[in-house]
Design a protein around this ligand. Sequence first.
Ligand code: TMP
Length: 265
Amino acid sequence: MNRRRRIYEGKAKILYEGPEPGTLIQHFKDDATAFNAKKHAQIDGKGAINNRISEFVFEKLGEIGVPTHFIRRLNMREQLIREVEIIPLEVVVRNVAAGSIAERLGLEEGTQLPRSIIEFYYKNDELSDPMVSEEHITAFGWSSPQEIDEIMSLALRVNDFMVGLFLGVGIRLVDFKIEFGRLWEGDILRIVLADEISPDSCRLWDVETNDKLDKDRFRRDMGNVLEAYQEVARRLGVLNETRPPQGIVPVLVASNPEKGGKSAP
Ligand code: TMP
């Protein structure tokens, strides 16, 4: 494990070289940062929960035909993903005013927006991820007009699906951030959903109480950060799931001596 080649280390994740060409291992850390890493803490167990929640959401999105980088979960903290060329944009979709849009436009947090709004931020820590328009994106060549069309259409599909998914478990999807990558499949260049979807990258409010079940608890020093993430995992039915990840079923040795038993189902 230590000898694996580290390709990239971010604030909450590490990417290692994968077992086959074109694959990577995405490792979820327990680190939490906010305000461009000016605030930093360890939240024991966060990485494992985000790994599991992100797996669940990416699998569901894959099932409805959204192309993603996700291949399968490997263990508590890691998942196997396709290597993609990350487009240097943070794509934010908002349904309800909160966070920076509330501040910027003087909206009261919790106000329903007239429609879902997509925003782009240039992924650059040194500049603290400034908000940019399509004009900046195309002029500086970060992405093409065709790619932006595809990204916006995928972002809205992801939003529609996730609004329903979370509403089904009593959670209001206020907003979220996603990232996309380029993936060559033969001669065809595809835009695929990458990175993660977790309470680190979404605003999730309880429908009844408006309790925050996301990283704002950390950003705003509200406490019970892990408990909130666990609540999201519990509602989605993925907390403490002891079932091993798909495809890696351990062989039980002599679990039932009477039958001379060995293999697992
Ligand atoms: P904002 O209101 O601070 O602009 O955040 C919008 C959404 O994007 C919110 O769900 C949190 C998420 N987000 C990230 O995932 N990473 C970031 O660096 C920032 C600033 C926001």
